[in-house]
Design a protein around this ligand. Structure first.
Ligand code: SAH
Ligand code: MG
Length: 217
């Protein structure tokens, strides 16, 4: 990874530990050149993971679409542990991470590679038809949002492409269940095979097989 982009990514606000960010970069950069399609992430917040993935997209000559409504997840709202009060827009009283996201991406020089798609991930998914070379799922971690994202987005990963899921905690003592359940469903679908693990980041490869979407737990 280019040293200046690695430094910018590690300095960006966000939740992805640097080691997992580098693993994310490596996973995206390692998608075989024969697999066509852009990269897409769900859950961008202030742009940290977008810089790791954007660096890989730029190196490959493709783009990264970043889907986020920018109003934060449940755990980012006032009164929750992951709330950052300076990200509240004083005009609306709502959390708004879009200005910080844009500043972060442009300061890193990735303005032509990283494309913000501002909206709810299920709304975007309903209209999205382009197969993806890489999909990173790090949006809402509640049961419905996490399972909706899996059901609606995982089928869009091209054969040979990759699906990365963040905050996968096999031990319930370490964190919430839904991302772990999503990872289990991806494996159970028969259409994905695990290729790497770094912290709570799990990377799977899409096999050239139909995805049998199993029941929600
Ligand atoms: N990947 C980021 C962290 C993402 S935090 C990093 O590297 O730091 C989760 C993000 O998901 C929040 O910004 C929140 O606004 C977004 N999000 C949650 N539910 C969403 C939904 N249903 N549609 C779009 N974005 C959503
Ligand atoms: Mg995360």
């Amino acid at each position: 990874m280019r040293a200046d982009l690695a430094a910018a990514a590690e300095a960006a606000r966000g939740f992805l530990p640097p080691e997992e960010g580098r693993a994310l970069f490596a996973a995206a950069a390692g998608v075989p050149a024969t697999v066509a399609g852009p990269f897409l992430e769900i859950g961008s917040y202030c742009g940290r993971s977008a810089l790791f993935l954007g660096a890989a997209a730029e190196a490959r000559g493709t783009v990264l679409f970043c889907v986020d409504h920018h109003h934060g997840s449940e755990e980012n709202q006032p009164g929750w542990p992951w709330h950052e009060p300076d990200l509240v827009d004083p005009a609306t009283g709502r959390l708004d991470t879009l200005p910080t996201f844009r500043r972060t991406v442009e300061a890193a020089g990735l303005g032509d590679t990283v494309v913000a798609v501002v909206g709810a991930s299920t709304t975007v998914a309903r209209h999205w038809t382009t197969p993806l070379a890489f999909l990173f799922v790090d949006g809402g971690h509640g049961s419905d949002p996490a399972h909706d994202d899996f059901e609606q987005w995982a089928p869009k990963v091209a054969p040979g492409g990759r699906l990365a899921v963040h905050d996968v905690f096999p031990d319930p003592a370490d964190g919430g269940r839904p991302p772990y359940e999503v990872w289990c469903r991806a494996l159970a679908s028969g259409a994905f095979e695990e290729i790497s693990v770094c912290g709570s980041l799990r990377v799977l490869e899409r096999l050239d097989r139909a995805l049998a979407v199993t029941r929600r737990p």
